[in-house]
Design a binder for this molecule. Structure first.
Ligand SMILES: [Zn+2]
Length: 302
């Protein structure tokens, strides 16, 4: 697989950059945190406005009060105690581009499990299959093709993680739905990632499998570390320092919130929920683990 990827990486890189130049303007509005200087747009998951985030949080507070152990004093579950069943849908085009091997899927699941090792979550592969479909192969965020693909393929219920891989274009690496989205649109639930972001893939510097880790973070309820910028409650996690905007590359020591309340600490550029290179990101905080735990429990019954 690695040799094959190396041989074809030039072609893929060219395809990606030309896709960006033609579709970047169209994507710019939808993906407000995309880096115009970057060839690859880390994540298309919608970043809520301050007001939207506040409303979502109020709903979360209301719903959790009705749950046993909810409200104040939620006790985080032990590491590794919650098993998430995973269904992988590999979409190729009719020529077989986008294919992933059994080993590729296994390596990706290993990356995911290692990333979440201190959290309650472990990920258990139930089924992986390949579907050849030229339309779904380039399904973009919010497209009719995405809807059709998910309607046809989604498996399981609110507790099951459905992963779709394709070549969505626009230089995008992936997107995910949040736990609170599930009830209103169950068939849309899941994570979509660019197949070349799997470990050893051709989407360098995003080819160590951390796109999946990041998108699954959203699927479990986490916001970007730069959610809300330097203002308000940011990402609603107390132990991630506030951050004004996404970090790219690996800017060690970056400190984008230097004034007032949000000035505590350098930016969390090594956190999986930032936009840094895969080689730069390696951690979730305890606060993130606890928030993912409680949100997934409340909205997914996980
Ligand atoms: Zn994201």
């Amino acid at each position: 697989m690695k040799t094959l990827i190396k041989a074809t990486s030039l072609v893929v890189a060219i395809a990606l950059s030309s896709a960006v130049s033609t579709t970047h303007a169209a994507n710019h509005k939808a993906f407000e945190h995309a880096n115009s200087k970057s060839k690859l747009l880390r994540c298309g998951t919608k970043t809520p406005s301050l007001k939207e985030a506040e409303l979502k949080e109020r709903h979360f507070d209301t719903v959790k009060r009705g749950k046993p152990g909810g409200g104040s004093g939620y006790t985080p579950r032990p590491a590794g105690s919650v098993t998430v069943d995973v269904y992988v849908h590999i979409i190729t085009n009719n020529s077989g581009d986008g294919a992933l091997s059994v080993a590729d899927v296994s390596n990706q699941l290993n990356v995911l499990n290692n990333a979440y090792i201190n959290s309650p979550f472990t990920f258990n592969l139930v089924n992986s299959h390949t579907v050849a479909n030229n339309t779904w192969y380039t399904a973009g965020h919010g497209s009719a093709a995405e809807r059709d693909m998910k309607n046809a393929l989604r498996a399981g219920d609110s507790t099951d993680l459905n992963i779709y891989t394709n070549n969505m274009g626009g230089g995008l690496l992936g997107w995910a739905t949040f736990p609170s989205d599930y009830a209103s649109n169950p068939s849309n639930d899941g994570v979509v990632t660019l197949y070349a972001t799997f470990p050893g893939g051709s989407a360098a510097p995003y080819n160590e499998g951390d796109t999946m880790t990041h998108e699954v973070g959203h699927w479990l309820g986490l916001y970007h570390t730069f959610q809300g910028g330097c203002k308000g409650k940011g990402d609603y996690v107390a132990d991630t320092a506030p951050e004004k905007s996404p970090a790219y590359g690996c800017p060690i020591g970056r400190d984008s919130c230097t004034k007032g309340k949000g000035s505590s600490g350098v930016d969390p550029i090594t956190n999986f929920m930032d936009y840094s290179d895969d080689a730069c990101m390696y951690e979730f905080t305890t606060g993130q683990s606890n928030r993912a735990d409680e949100l997934s429990n409340v909205y997914r019954g996980l």
